[in-house]
Ligand binder design. Sequence first.
Ligand SMILES: *[C@@H]1O[C@H](CO)[C@@H](O)[C@H](O)[C@H]1NC(C)=O
Ligand SMILES: *[C@@H]1O[C@H](CO)[C@@H](O)[C@H](O)[C@H]1NC(C)=O
Ligand SMILES: *[C@@H]1O[C@H](CO)[C@@H](O)[C@H](O)[C@H]1NC(C)=O
Length: 390
Amino acid sequence: MIKECTRTRMLKVLKLDVTMENIHCTSTILRRIFPGILVMIFVITFYKIFNDQQIITPKCSFDYLRGYFAKTGKYHSKGKWSENAWQPDGCILPKSDKSDQMRFIERNKLTSILVLGDSTAYRYHDAIQIQLDGIYGRRNCKAEKLEGLTDAKPFLPDREYFAEIPDVVTRERGCGGCHSITYSCNTSRASPKITTEFLSMDYFMDTSVTTRRETRTKTCKPNLTQFESWGVGCGSSLTTQEFIFNEYLATKTSSQYPQLIILVANFHDIKRHNVNSFKRTLTWFMDIVNQSTKEHPDTKIIWFQPTYILQTNQPIEYHNMISQTRNSELYENVKEVLTKYFDDNSGRFVPFYSLEDISHGVPDLNVDGIHYKKDFFIRIIQLFFDTLVS
Ligand SMILES: *[C@@H]1O[C@H](CO)[C@@H](O)[C@H](O)[C@H]1NC(C)=O
Ligand SMILES: *[C@@H]1O[C@H](CO)[C@@H](O)[C@H](O)[C@H]1NC(C)=O
Ligand SMILES: *[C@@H]1O[C@H](CO)[C@@H](O)[C@H](O)[C@H]1NC(C)=O
């Protein structure tokens, strides 16, 4: 007669102590654990398929965007607008929330961001401030320094903003609503203080903020720290761009130096240049950026393409100065200048999505042909943070 399969007998079988008296227990055990095995096989298969899917479809990270550009010669533009967000195709972009972003900032010790460009860049920066307000809490954020442009002279740069640099000479800019600003957020938590700065730069080569030192006028200062490594006695910045990169940023300590520099394509240059002169100007500008940032190999330089110019919203008097045809012609042609940097093995220069195509999809957010509504910039900066966190 078969004895009952008791717990003790089952345990014996499990300990491989199989004897005549408990051998019949084996089938009972198998019967009991069979559903468990099925579930396990199912889970493993599902996990494997899911993982393979992840391998086939990469995350929409900045590395992905750089690789995409290297492979196709294009800024990534496949995707669609859905629920007020841009959804890229061909890569996975998880939506990040405040705590994902805070974790990213803490893990990467992100303490400093710099945005350069015209009134469009100013608006992206404004959206970054709003994003940081969300992450840190509005009351933990404040404007530390602001160019005080007076109503009487809204185009004249404020020398006070650049007070640490001697011999600054200013001239009117082409942009009135683009004052430079330093904004920071700090909490009592262990996370470091974060600073984001917008520096007005409405052209890739201009003379709105410069320094000029001459032996004749005895304005040379051989011990200017910003030119120490150059070994020159009369270091000067004859353009705003040389001023920003060689002098202003050079006064920042390594912990203040921007880890992310966002270069935003401007609209002012397209009324000034033909293809060849624009290429020459951007080549010169990119060389300054490359040379002056090389002591900061961890700094990433991110290129933002221009947005789409919606002619139907544009006042008629601007039509022959700033048109979408010219916008796309000039920026399409300088792609070869930028490609050399995106291809650089250091990976320091990275392209963002084709904002030209992305903005083309939301004509209702366009204001006056050139500018977009605040919502547009908020959505793009969310896309920026999602890409950063990916
Ligand atoms: C950040 O805030 C905390 C208090 O909330 C303060 O102790 C700390 O000094 C601040 N850090 C900076 C860099 O301002
Ligand atoms: C730099 O040189 C000037 C004279 O050219 C001198 O007055 C000044 O003290 C020097 N500063 C430093 C930090 O050495
Ligand atoms: C950028 O600078 C580095 C270091 O000087 C140089 O090796 C590299 O060729 C430069 N990149 C381009 C695209 O000129």
